[in-house]
Design a binder for this molecule. Structure first.
Ligand SMILES: *Cc1c(COP(=O)(O)O)cnc(C)c1O
Length: 224
């Protein structure tokens, strides 16, 4: 199967129409991205700032770029002019910096709040109460150049489907709770980004709106 076949397969049959596909192209060459692009796909995710900037500069301008990895606040300035969605905002400080860079670039930057749902300690993200405290704060309400579009999370890396399902369920519940308490009159707060190559089917069953798929589209990665 070619990259183009994989993209078309996802778009046409695997995903329900309300679920967006973010093709995670990290470590893959720009030629692979172009192949997916020419097959009609426009949304790509990267997890390293420098790689994202290089690919943005080399590729067509109508690509929607998502930053999907953990990021340091001192690097926001490099992607602020063009990024479509920063998935994985996991600290109040990062929100403040994104707002500042959005202001400089005169654009409102869309973000997702990342939640820690996995049992591994290495995965980043807010805990529920931490996010609630932040959303209630004056500091948060003064931010004008970013818009919170929803939540994002990564399940534990495991074969235990029940465990993955319960973690996705937890994220979907966090989404509903935040929606009710803070975003009930904001139709833009609507995304639940969950599901990767090995667990996206469970994510669909648990209400994902955005899956982030790398290896099933582009093939296995050599770790870097
Ligand atoms: C790499 C990555 C993905 C895609 O992983 P696959 O298992 O290759 O589908 C999704 N989300 C994030 C945050 C990633 O870093």
């Amino acid at each position: 199967m070619s990259i183009a076949d994989n993209i078309q397969g996802f778009a046409q049959k695997t995903l329900p129409p309300n679920v967006k596909l973010v093709a995670v192209s990290k470590t893959k060459p720009t030629g692979d991205i172009l192949e997916a692009y020419q097959a009609g796909h426009k949304i790509f995710g990267e997890n390293r700032v420098q790689e994202l900037v290089d690919k943005y500069e080399a590729l067509p301008r109508d690509i929607e770029w998502h930053m999907v990895g953990h990021m340091q606040s001192n690097k926001v300035k490099y992607i602020a002019p063009f990024v479509s969605l920063i998935q994985g905002v996991d600290k109040p400080k990062l929100l403040k910096v994104i707002d500042k860079e959005g202001r400089k670039n005169k654009r409102v930057i869309d973000v997702l709040l990342q939640f820690h749902i996995a049992s591994e300690e290495t995965k980043f993200g807010f805990h529920h109460q931490e996010a609630v405290d932040m959303l209630k704060s004056e500091d948060f309400r003064s931010l004008e150049y970013l818009r919170v579009r929803g939540v994002m999370g990564m399940a534990t890396f495991t074969d235990d489907a029940d465990k993955i399902r319960s973690e996705f369920r937890q994220l979907a519940k966090i989404f509903r709770d935040l929606k009710r308490e803070f975003f009930s009159d904001d139709p833009g707060f609507k995304e639940i980004s969950m599901g990767m190559s090995n667990d996206y089917q469970i994510a669909i069953e648990e209400g994902t709106t955005m899956v982030r798929i790398g290896s099933l589209i582009f093939g296995e990665r050599n770790n870097h």
